[in-house]
Design a protein around this ligand. Structure first.
Ligand SMILES: *[C@@H]1O[C@H](CO)[C@@H](O)[C@H](O)[C@H]1NC(C)=O
Ligand SMILES: *[C@@H]1O[C@H](CO)[C@@H](O)[C@H](O)[C@H]1NC(C)=O
Ligand SMILES: *[C@@H]1O[C@H](CO)[C@@H](O)[C@H](O)[C@H]1NC(C)=O
Ligand SMILES: *[C@@H]1O[C@H](CO)[C@@H](O)[C@H](O)[C@H]1NC(C)=O
Ligand SMILES: *[C@@H]1O[C@H](CO)[C@@H](O)[C@H](O)[C@H]1NC(C)=O
Length: 407
């Protein structure tokens, strides 16, 4: 009785297998160049395996891999696959004839067909049958974008981050490289996680699209401040269309960008007629300074001081500044492009702008000024100089009676 039941079971299995092989399995697999993939194909485990053929529809007669009589047949193999393909060791006996394809290139994209010849108990013939077709797409990883965006303080910035393939986003982790383990924004489906969020981003960040339709995990950063400068990174964990089991980590960096906010400092300085004074202009970048231009808004095209091609350009200098201006540090070490202005008169009152071009930078002099200073020169005796940062001149000592902070 037991034997008979077992026999019935096998017959049932065989008929199931038969009807299943009637329509071949179809799958999509995506991978990146250099990776290894397994293209799935499963034959019946209870039949004798005679042959396995993996071919690609566009390769005509050559095989990707051919296995017959328990051996690989390398004679008819397409040379581009010779050292890169294999069957899974040990799994073949169980009918698992999945193809291992190593070190992928973009040329490996295509439709791979798996055919198997098997002989069941009592069967005389074993014909090749198409078991599965795997559409392999070898797509390069997304470029590590470097996006430089310029945002003024107070504005809103959008930091782009988007999956190149369609996937359901489960986790988004926005970080900035100088914040250690603190996050800019962390979303773990279905909610935002705020315990690790850096203080300065609380209530200032959001996702551009909270549903993250089309794999869009872009960040909105509100009320941008100079302190927001830095390199931001977006890391995404998503569930691929064909992969319901494991989640993949989207390779970083998806998007690295520098947030540059110009005119970060607006100063007001008050001085007295007859004094010498320093108008500070400091750039934080370490690249050497190539061009400095100090202008006074009221003087249109004239410059107060222009330094370029390693020398001062006096041709465009307004006559009223000739012989009265200099750079605090002519070498401009550490990005110091501060201006020395001697023998002040009340006519010097006005709005001064400092523009700096660093070696290798793309910015030109029409860009926004690095520093804007409102200078008020009074004819009186007492002087209040309001400076927010850095006047620490060693060789040049302006008469500073009091230094305060102007907000
Ligand atoms: C495979 O991809 C194609 C085109 O992208 C799509 O039409 C098809 O439905 C996908 N098949 C499966 C099984 O996911
Ligand atoms: C074949 O075997 C490998 C390794 O054990 C496994 O990962 C894979 O899922 C199997 N494939 C099929 C179609 O059974
Ligand atoms: C992978 O293939 C590339 C060329 O496509 C080759 O330069 C590289 O050495 C290969 N890597 C391995 C591990 O075989
Ligand atoms: C993925 O798995 C979940 C549960 O594990 C299941 O509910 C869902 O239907 C599966 N989706 C697909 C596309 O197979
Ligand atoms: C500087 O002066 C301009 C024009 O007078 C004014 O619009 C600007 O607000 C002033 N800036 C500061 C920081 O005082």
């Amino acid at each position: 009785q037991v034997k008979k039941n077992r026999f019935m079971f096998i017959v049932l299995l065989n008929s199931l297998q038969f009807s299943a092989s009637g329509c071949a399995d179809r799958r999509n697999v995506t991978a990146e160049p250099g990776q290894n993939v397994v293209l799935p194909c499963r034959a019946a485990g209870n039949k004798q395996l005679i042959a396995v053929e993996w071919s690609r529809s566009d390769l005509e007669s050559d095989y990707v891999l051919r296995y017959r009589d328990e051996r690989l047949d390398e004679e008819n193999q397409n040379p581009s696959f010779r050292t890169r393909v294999a069957l899974l060791d040990g799994a073949v006996k169980e009918g698992n004839v999945s193809l291992v394809l190593k070190n992928l290139t973009a040329d490996d994209s295509g439709a791979y067909e798996c055919r198997v010849a098997q002989r069941g108990a009592g069967e005389a013939n074993a014909n090749m049958k198409l078991i599965s077709t795997v559409y392999l797409d070898v797509a390069p990883p997304p470029p590590p974008d470097q996006i430089d965006i310029t945002v003024k303080p107070g504005q809103e910035a959008i930091l782009p981050c988007r999956l190149t393939n369609s996937g359901l986003i489960k986790v988004v982790d926005w970080t900035r490289n100088d914040l250690g383990s603190d996050s800019v924004l962390l979303y773990r489906s279905p909610q935002f996680v705020t315990d690790q969020q850096h203080e300065s981003f609380k209530n200032r960040v959001d996702l551009k699209d909270r549903q993250m339709k089309n794999g869009d995990a872009s960040l909105v950063l509100k009320n941008v401040a100079p302190e927001d400068r830095g390199t931001y990174k977006c890391q995404v964990i998503y569930k691929g269309a064909n992969n319901n089991k494991t989640q993949s980590v989207y390779q970083v960096p998806v998007s690295t960008f520098h947030l540059i906010s110009v005119s970060r400092n607006q100063h007001s300085i008050t001085a007295e007629s007859g004094q010498n004074i320093i108008l500070p202009c400091q750039v934080s970048d370490r690249s050497p300074v190539m061009v400095v231009e100090w202008k006074k808004a009221e003087l249109d095209s004239y410059s107060v001081l222009l330094f370029r091609d390693s020398q001062f350009d006096s041709e465009h200098q307004h006559p009223s500044f000739k012989g009265r201006v200099d750079l605090r540090d002519r070498q401009m070490k550490n990005g110091d492009a501060s201006l020395v202005l001697r023998h002040l008169t009340t006519d010097d009152s006005g709005t001064y702008e400092c523009r700096v071009i660093l070696t290798g930078a793309k910015r030109n002099l029409v860009a926004e000024p690095n520093i804007i200073i409102n200078l008020t020169v009074s004819p009186g005796e007492s002087v209040w100089v309001w400076i927010r940062d850095f006047i620490h001149s060693a060789e040049f000592q302006p008469k500073i009676f009091s230094v305060g902070i102007n907000q």
